[in-house]
Ligand binder design. Structure first.
Ligand SMILES: N[C@@H](CCC(=O)N[C@@H](CS)C(=O)NCC(=O)O)C(=O)O
Length: 203
């Protein structure tokens, strides 16, 4: 097995999908949690001056989506056909759109504009994406997004819904298939163990 080292800050963010895949697949890796004060030193040694960065036997990879797609391919979580991989990519892209909108709101300096961006993210973009996910699950009829088994799509959506359900336990009540998928993924023993351990160390 290759030596994996994942570098990121002390929070989930754009690295969490990779951590979830490592947990699900039961693959050992070094989780290099970079302290803010140490980041300037590491930054020039990353491919694009950003994290997450994955090292595979010392080969450095940047960009969270490239990293997640690579691990999904390696761990058999990227669908069984080229079409399934493409369908999974669609879900990953929808999640990236949400993340980018959230980051834009976070970094907005003008308080009025910030409030507007947060409102759009929470009241428009998230419900719109959740409705898309519900429709995908309705089409698949297997309880998983694509095909008859768990993929990167199920895990990346779980990463999003976990935070939503944690802050509002009833959040998914209007999306019954998504709620079922969320509970199914969350009850997989490796995922449950990972999430429980993560919660125990969260500050
Ligand atoms: N498109 C990139 C965005 C990466 C990104 O924005 N990383 C942030 C943390 S979430 C970062 O490294 N910030 C520190 C910096 O830019 O110096 C990806 O998906 O990996």
């Amino acid at each position: 097995m290759p030596l994996y080292k994942l570098s990121f800050f002390h929070f989930g963010g754009r690295a969490e999908i990779s951590r979830l895949m490592f947990a699900y697949a039961g693959k050992e890796h070094e989780d290099n949690l970079v302290q803010r004060e140490n980041w300037p030193e590491l930054k020039p040694h990353t491919p694009f001056g950003q994290m997450p960065m994955l090292e595979v036997d010392g080969e450095k990879i940047g960009q969270s989506v490239a990293i997640a797609n690579y691990l999904a391919r390696e761990f058999g979580l990227y669908g069984k056909t080229s079409m399934e991989s493409c369908q999974i990519d669609q879900v990953v892209c929808l999640i990236q759109d949400l993340k980018n909108a959230k980051v834009k709101a976070m970094y907005e300096k003008d308080e009025g504009k910030k409030a507007e961006l947060v409102k759009i993210h929470t009241e428009e973009l998230i419900p719109k994406s959740l409705a898309f996910f519900e429709k995908m699950l309705k089409n698949s009829q297997t309880g998983y997004f694509f095909g008859s088994d768990i993929t990167l799509a199920d895990l990346i959506v779980f990463d999003l819904t976990w935070k939503l359900v944690k802050s509002t336990p009833t959040f998914l009540d209007s999306y019954p298939l998504l709620k079922e998928n969320h509970n199914r993924v969350g009850s997989i023993s490796q995922i449950k163990a990972y999430v429980d351990a993560r919660e125990a160390t969260e500050t």
